[in-house]
Design a protein around this ligand. Structure first.
Ligand code: HEM
Length: 343
């Protein structure tokens, strides 16, 4: 992936587009013609060169524009970053984890030098240089979690493990698929997953929690989740629903290729060394139907997934109003022939 950062927007005039290279590495999440929730967790081992999983944290051509969009959202609503007082060790864990992985994997863009507890961080794409004392929040312009949370694409939740469950006790969340950090902060695993349909019956949440409780440091895991978004908008939060909810009524069979986007979340989970917290990273990738159709096999697959999606999932994912228009737009790519398994 070349790191020529694009100037683009995720609101108002929506100039976001994917380059052909970004389309090629898009994490298309459907190995089969049908989709249902499952415990789709796998080790977060390095993927092939250029893949979104090549490195611990993925930096791509949208990095600068996404960080700018995040800053706008945080300026308008500082409550998108929250951290309970007992999470300070986890905040420093997060700062160290993110600085070290970015500096190691993208040395041309980021660097970190350490002299005992006196550290200097350089972020060239955003033009930042910061010397500070590790462990002393007064030496940073803001809390350590927010400081680095603003400099990595995607959302982050810090999970505290106690009482045989996980608690979402800190988060920086500006590109979420219609859930609210302010509402969920401090909640436990089963509380925040309460609204998700079908999963209790399938046993997905109990098994996933059991698995994550024994997550080991140095053995991170990942999964993909997906939904759809109209326009390439990162901030589809309940707080700002009036700004984007109405767009769902604008989709027609004619404009679906441009307006409708598949929104894939690459979710990764890392155990932290000091606090024993888990860093939960939710990285959002957007692709318009038009862009997806440059790989006709994807359009054909997604046509089948969307057409046959369980009605509870259609409703939960907020697709009801435009499902038919998108299915009609995609149908031209589907000749009905078998595609086999795999993406
Ligand atoms: C929603 C599964 C980890 C927070 C969901 C959904 C599924 C799911 C299937 C419904 C998504 C959709 O249809 O778009 C899992 C599994 C996990 C996991 C298998 C194991 C790795 C987490 C973690 C968090 C989290 C660590 C931390 C905060 C959420 C939230 C929602 C959600 C906030 C939206 C709930 C709502 O509707 O209000 N999850 N999840 N998940 N998940 Fe998870």
């Amino acid at each position: 992936m070349s790191l020529a950062f694009k100037q683009e927007t995720f609101r108002d005039d929506y100039t976001f587009r994917n380059s052909p290279e970004a389309i090629r590495r898009f994490p298309f999440p459907f190995p089969e013609d049908q989709y249902m929730y499952s415990v789709n967790i796998e080790p977060h081992t390095p993927g092939p060169k250029g893949a979104v999983t090549e490195f611990t944290l993925d930096v791509d051509e949208h990095y600068v524009a996404e960080c700018r969009d995040k800053a706008i959202t945080l300026e308008q609503d500082p409550g998108r970053c929250a951290s309970l007082p007992h999470m300070m060790d986890a905040e420093w864990d997060f700062l160290e984890f993110s600085m070290e992985s970015l500096a190691r994997d993208y040395p041309e863009q980021f660097s970190l030098s350490k002299n005992g507890k006196a550290w200097t961080w350089v972020n060239r794409p955003l033009g930042l240089e910061q010397s500070f004392v590790f462990g002393d929040a007064a030496t940073l312009p803001m809390g350590p979690f927010e400081y680095m949370g603003r400099q990595v694409q995607g959302d982050f939740v810090l999970l505290d493990q106690r009482e045989d469950t996980l608690f979402a006790d800190a988060g920086i969340v500006t590109s979420q698929a219609d859930w609210s950090l302010a509402f969920n902060v401090g909640m436990s695993w089963h509380e925040w997953h309460g609204p998700v349909p079908q999963v209790t019956k399938l046993g997905v949440m109990d098994r996933a929690l059991k698995f994550l409780m024994s997550l080991q440091q140095g053995n991170p895991v990942r999964r993909l989740n997906w939904t759809m978004t109209i326009n390439p908008r990162l901030d589809t939060s309940p707080e700002n629903y009036p700004l984007w909810g109405g767009d769902r009524n604008k989709v027609t069979e004619q404009n679906a290729g441009e307006l409708a986007h598949l929104r894939v979340e690459l979710q990764t989970l890392f155990r932290m060394p000091r606090s024993n917290a888990i860093v939960f990273s939710i990285r959002c990738y957007l692709i318009s139907m038009q862009e997806m159709a440059t790989y006709p096999r994807w359009a054909k697959r997604f046509h089948r997934v969307l057409r046959d999606l369980h009605p509870d999932l259609v409703e939960y994912k907020g697709i009801t109003k435009y499902q038919q228009a998108v299915v009609a737009w995609l149908s031209r790519f589907d000749d009905g022939a078998d595609i086999g398994t795999g993406t």
